[in-house]
Design a protein around this ligand. Structure first.
Ligand code: 13P
Length: 251
């Protein structure tokens, strides 16, 4: 059985005080819970320590939103995988479409980031997904195949085993236009087929694949219930504690 995961990608939002309030509220609400899905919060770098302190209670895990492709040294502004690991960070979002678009992160860069994360015991949440023109042109499978292959398929089986994949169609991110449950199911199943071809069925069946893109408490159930959807990577809706915890309950 694959573990369900719901991860909140806070992106570049909230002040320090708001971040602390949000984590406290999430923990309070989760307190009433009987171990729902694994709950991950991915705050901006400066708030990671705050989050890892709270994570010591064992209710949440912490993910970073970025990671350096380099090991250590003279790379001004970068944060290394070993630094994140030493702070108690468990996951890192890699390959998000916003980083591909605004920071020109290409396959080579993403591969280096994935390698760094795994080398230091951080589980990548690797994002893949097509843009609207790509879907309209019927190229969505081709694009996702390219993201998965170029970003991950250099890994050996033991390494790949630690990777979580997030299918995030770019046209669904922050737009309110969620993929239909059928579209999500179809793409998750396609990704699992690709993994089967490369690593075999056992690994494919064990790989956690999340859905992301305008997921909220109203639509989460119908998406999460689909075969092969193992939870969500949540943007906007992860900034409100009640909304986020409600999504976690649905996984
Ligand atoms: P939204 O949930 O705001 O659409 O963002 C999804 C996302 O990009 C998560 O990484």
């Amino acid at each position: 059985m694959r573990r369900k995961i719901v991860a909140g990608n806070w992106k570049m939002n909230l002040t320090f005080q708001e971040a602390e309030e949000l984590i406290e509220e999430i923990l309070e609400l989760l307190d009433e819970e009987n171990a729902p899905a694994e709950v991950v919060v991915c705050p901006p770098y400066p708030y990671l320590e705050l989050a890892t302190d709270y994570s010591e209670e064992g209710m949440i895990k912490v993910g970073a939103q970025n990671i350096s492709p380099f090991d250590s040294g003279a790379y001004t502004g970068e944060v290394s995988a070993s630094m994140l690991k030493s702070m108690g960070v468990s996951y890192c979002i890699i390959g998000h479409s916003e980083r591909r678009k605004y920071f020109n992160e290409d396959d080579k860069m993403l591969t280096a980031k994935v390698n760094q994360a795994l080398k230091h015991g951080i589980r990548p949440i690797f994002c893949v997904g097509e843009s609207l023109p790509e879907r309209e042109a019927g190229r969505h499978f081709e694009v996702v195949r390219s993201h998965v292959r170029h970003g991950l398929f250099h890994l050996d089986t033991d390494e790949f085993h630690k990777v979580i994949i997030a299918y995030e169609p770019v046209w669904a991110i922050g737009t309110g236009a969620t993929a239909t449950p059928e579209q999500a199911e179809e793409m998750h199943s396609y990704i699992r087929t690709l993994i089967t071809e490369r690593y075999g069925e056992e690994i494919a069946e064990a790989t956690i694949i999340l859905y992301g893109g305008s997921c909220n408490s109203s639509n989460a159930s119908e998406i999460f219930i689909k075969k092969g959807v193992d939870g969500g990577l949540i943007g906007g809706a992860s900034l409100k504690a009640d909304e986020f915890v409600s999504i976690c309950r649905k996984a």
